[in-house]
Design a protein around this ligand. Sequence first.
Ligand SMILES: *Cc1c(COP(=O)(O)O)cnc(C)c1O
Length: 228
Amino acid sequence: MAAKTNEGLHDAAERLAAVESNIAGTAREAGRAPGDINLIAVSKTFDAAAIEPVLAAGHRLFGENRVQEALGKWPALRKRYSDARLHLIGPLQSNKAKEAVALFDAIHTVDRPKIARAIAREMEAQQRSLKLFVQVNTGEEPQKSGVMPADVAGFVKLCRQDVGLEIIGLMSIPPVDEPLAPHFAFLAKLAAELELAELSMGMSADYEAAIQFGATHLRVGSAIFGPR
Ligand SMILES: *Cc1c(COP(=O)(O)O)cnc(C)c1O
């Protein structure tokens, strides 16, 4: 497990390097090019002072799960690191679409027509183009956001044809208490059927498995920043 690899590493830059080398090794074992895998350093709950060393180490791709929290730290960080890219990995409310489109470079959680329309409207108004993923509730958990598996094809079609949004991939957060492999395999199969190239799956505890199943975007928080 990734967290184990990082035992004894006390600073975020060291842990980042360990995760990167682990990703490269796992990718090669799986016959994949490490460069095809994007490591999103999930900095939620960590303040600018904790994020800065990871930027200073050269990392540029980050994830946040709340618009408001991200607004509190990233505009200042970006003044110094203008090439930092930020992905929204948590649920989005349509009243936050304007701020989200202005701040983020990608949204992983498109999951209903209302939010798809709000994002489309803001991208048009702000003349910005974000990378968009549809979140899939692969475990069909009632409390979790994401499109139910049976509805994904229809929803992607609606985004593309009715709303005019280009969707590049699928994202999921599998249930915590189930084996992950079937969820990763299912998401990969669904993406292939829908001709979507990108797969956002895999977190600190399971990113190696996600790589084996074709993940292109790993969302890794605690293995880099430490426990929350
Ligand atoms: C917090 C979070 C992560 C990162 O979780 P870790 O277990 O700390 O790696 C990944 N994805 C989402 C959607 C999250 O909210």
